[in-house]
Write a protein that binds this ligand. Structure first.
Ligand code: ADP
Ligand code: MG
Length: 244
């Protein structure tokens, strides 16, 4: 058996008669950074959401850290605790400060005491470069800063896997860089990351592997050098011609 952190086997997902994922097989090794690229509607978000069971697969298996999340006996809440997810929209609590936004789930889900939760939150806000914003409310923060709070909040749960779904797509162009910088740092620190992104420069530089999806299947995958630099499949070539 492979010791990959994420192992996905023959994953299918349909919404009614819309067959969105059509047999996905892939793995993410411990410490690996995998970027998923592909046209809108190709199933990227659905794939990511199946990894932490925000969507229930129609068939196939999803193993995370050796645990089969599709097994009816699996404790999904327990498994999900170790998977951080960052979305396009930041979804911060507006009536909580940056610091308390990073404390709530620690206290509610991990049952950490207030003092420990505060220390962990504080450390992670510093880690994403928000040392001077601990007490700021989301409305007073830029989109880039809010997204960094969302990353710090996910990190505060001590995840062993981070999922990112187009984390910079909702940001003004000048704010994209600060979020990518934080993600690059996490990658360098050895975090296992699965990232859906349209940022080809980021994928090229940071990804260990790039997966190109179209029509609910993986069309091509490999190093960024191969997939972005010299794609083999016509569909990959066409997609890259449009986005590069
Ligand atoms: P991508 O992230 O690559 O743009 P998605 O995974 O969001 O693609 O969507 C793939 C397809 O699945 C689309 O046709 C979309 O309409 C459909 N879909 C996604 N989520 C749902 C849902 N919760 N209910 C019904 N259809 C959905
Ligand atoms: Mg999507």
């Amino acid at each position: 058996m492979s010791d990959a952190l994420v192992q996905i086997r023959d994953l299918h997902k349909s919404f009614g008669d819309n067959h969105v994922l059509r047999g996905i097989d892939f793995e993410v090794a411990q410490g690996e950074v995998v970027c998923v690229i592909g046209p809108s509607g190709s199933g990227k978000s659905t794939l990511l959401r199946c990894v932490n069971l925000l969507e229930t697969p129609s068939s196939g298996t999803v193993l995370v850290a050796g645990e089969d999340l599709t097994d009816p006996d699996c404790d999904i809440d327990a498994a999900r605790r170790h998977i951080g997810m960052v979305f396009q929209s930041f979804n911060l609590f507006p009536h909580h400060t940056a610091l308390t936004n990073c404390m709530v789930a620690q206290q509610m889900v991990l049952k950490r005491g207030k003092k420990e939760a505060r220390e962990v939150a504080s450390k992670n806000l510093d880690r994403v470069g928000l040392t001077d914003k601990h007490d700021a409310y989301p409305a007073k923060l830029s989109g880039g800063q809010q997204q960094r709070v969302a990353i710090a909040r996910a990190l505060s749960m001590a995840p062993n896997l981070m999922l990112f779904d187009e984390p910079t797509s909702a940001l003004d162009p000048e704010l994209v860089g600060e979020v990518l910088t934080v993600m690059r740092k996490l990658a360098e620190e050895g975090m296992t990351m699965l990232v859906v992104t349209h940022e080809m420069a980021f994928a090229r530089e940071v990804a260990d592997r790039v997966v190109f999806m179209d029509g609910g299947v993986i069309v091509e995958q490999g190093t960024p050098h191969d997939v972005i630099g010299s794609p083999k499949e016509p569909r990959t070539k066409e997609f890259l011609r449009r986005v590069l």
